[in-house]
Write a protein that binds this ligand. Structure first.
Ligand SMILES: Cc1cc2nc3c(=O)[nH]c(=O)nc-3n(C[C@H](O)[C@H](O)[C@H](O)COP(=O)(O)O)c2cc1C
Ligand code: SF4
Length: 426
């Protein structure tokens, strides 16, 4: 029996993405039609029952987020879709937006209906120019068909706007994303206040990822329980997984959360198909550059938020980057750190300086005899400081790959260290 599912991605590649009639044929807009006839709290109850953990990376329960926002009395409220997809190794929102833009529009419109919002925004990664055009086309078609704009299904008004990012990874962080949407510098805001209270234009705001919002039509149509049962009670539904690196079949797969192991993801002939040309697995990197690195001994871990969490791993954005034995760990981590060094917004010291110092030490570790034991000790201190003292998620997660790799491959960090040298720091 196939391990793959087709729920959130159902219809991808089989319909004309912007044709409303095609979308209706696969059950499109059933969710919105149902939602407008329900009380807002009934819809939120379904989202809670679904145990939908945010698909943007932080895995925050969407039901709780929706309930919190609902009880904030201030209006107007805004709906914002995080389509920045800046996490390296992540390309599933691109698939949803290019193949099923109407599903995303439907999900956002359901949220608009629940919260009585008049406007929604999709903040799209700047590099996704073609997708931005496709979304604009889909928005226009949805309006023509009466599913967006004035008097939707005879019940409410709601419009969706497209905002283009400009290529900064930090703008995927939800508060930086709102600043950028407002035309300000894309730097994170201090929290609290939560964005549900003080969000876009300082108004109550819902921020959800593309995949999270694309799950909403199914949740409303089939019910939260049905969605939850596709996965596990603690992490409901399916997840789009992005397989890349040294694996045969690099693409997006939709799998039931808790229904496959990491081994199946990488080696099953229907999914990753294993490494090519007899290559052997050295490690895998989950959830993007900000996620943990795992070793082959962890391959039998079940792919769900809880099981991965117990193993010190995480789902994150859904990226699974596979690396073979030829990859030098220090080289790989240098690349990861270079990314964060480049993307750090510079607002806080632990991240701005921490990434710089880690980069320097990794460069030393790459050359035999250059680094000392004191460098390794400093590296460990920097990692702890960055994780605990950085202002936003970027700095807090920048050293997660390094920290987890340390657990499995300590020997590789120590290989080039000259133990005879005095313990002078970097
Ligand atoms: C540096 C950084 C980059 C992020 N990039 C993204 C992104 O590209 N897309 C996304 O959906 N969430 C991203 N997030 C997570 C968002 O801050 C937020 O948790 C998410 O949009 C909430 O939606 P969800 O609950 O549906 O996942 C990022 C977080 C950080 C700290
Ligand atoms: S951790 Fe600090 S420097 Fe790094 S991106 Fe966040 S706010 Fe900017």
């Amino acid at each position: 029996m196939s391990k793959l599912k087709s729920i959130v991605s159902e219809g991808a590649g089989h319909i004309n993405p912007v044709d409303v009639a095609d979308y209706l044929r696969i059950g499109g807009y059933d969710g919105l039609k149902k939602a407008v006839a329900m009380k807002p709290l009934e819809v939120i109850e379904e989202v809670k029952k679904a145990t939908l953990l945010g698909r943007g990376g932080a895995a925050y329960p969407s039901g709780r987020k929706w309930e919190h926002l609902f009880h904030i009395p201030e209006t107007p409220k805004y709906i914002v879709c995080n389509a920045d997809e800046g996490e390296p190794g992540t390309f599933k929102d691109r698939l949803l937006m290019s193949k099923l833009p109407l599903r995303l529009i439907e999900g956002i419109t359901i949220a608009g209906c629940v919260f009585g919002a008049k406007a929604g925004y999709i903040y799209v990664r700047g590099e996704y120019r073609k997708i931005q055009r496709r979304l604009l086309e889909a928005i226009s078609r949805a309006k023509d068909a009466g599913f967006l704009g004035k008097n939707i299904l005879g019940k409410f008004d709601f419009d969706i706007h497209i905002i283009s990012g400009a290529g900064a990874y930090v703008c995927g962080e939800n508060s930086a994303l709102l600043n950028s949407t407002e035309g300000r510098v894309g730097r994170p805001r201090i929290k609290p206040p939560h964005l549900a209270e003080v969000g876009l234009f300082l108004q109550p705001t819902l921020v959800n990822n593309v995949e999270s919002l694309c799950s909403i039509p199914y949740i409303v149509t089939a019910g939260g329980e049905a969605f939850c049962k596709l996965g596990r009670p603690d992490s409901g539904g399916t997840k789009l997984v992005c397989l890349s690196g040294h694996v045969r079949r690099r693409q997006v797969y939709e799998v039931p959360l808790g229904g496959v192991t990491l081994r199946e993801l990488i080696y099953d002939p229907e999914i990753g198909g294993g490494l090519p040309d007899g290559q052997r697995l050295k490690f895998f990197h989950l959830g993007g550059q900000s996620g943990p690195i795992g070793s082959p001994e962890q391959l039998d871990t079940v792919y769900s938020h809880r099981e991965l969490g117990k193993a010190g791993l995480s789902v994150g954005s859904g990226a699974v980057v596979v690396m073979n034995e030829d990859v030098g760990l220090i080289d790989y981590l240098t690349g990861v750190t270079e990314f964060f060094l480049h993307e750090s917004c510079g607002k806080c010291v632990p991240c701005r300086e921490g990434n710089k110092q880690i980069y320097k030490i990794l460069k030393k570790l790459a050359k035999p005899g250059e680094a000392t034991a004191a460098d390794l000790a400093l590296l460990r201190r920097l990692v702890t400081t960055m994780i605990s003292a950085s202002f936003c998620g970027l700095g807090q997660t920048a050293a997660v790959a390094l920290n987890t790799a340390w657990k499995h491959f300590k020997g590789e960090f120590e290989a080039n260290v000259d133990q005879s040298k005095p313990a002078a720091a970097a």
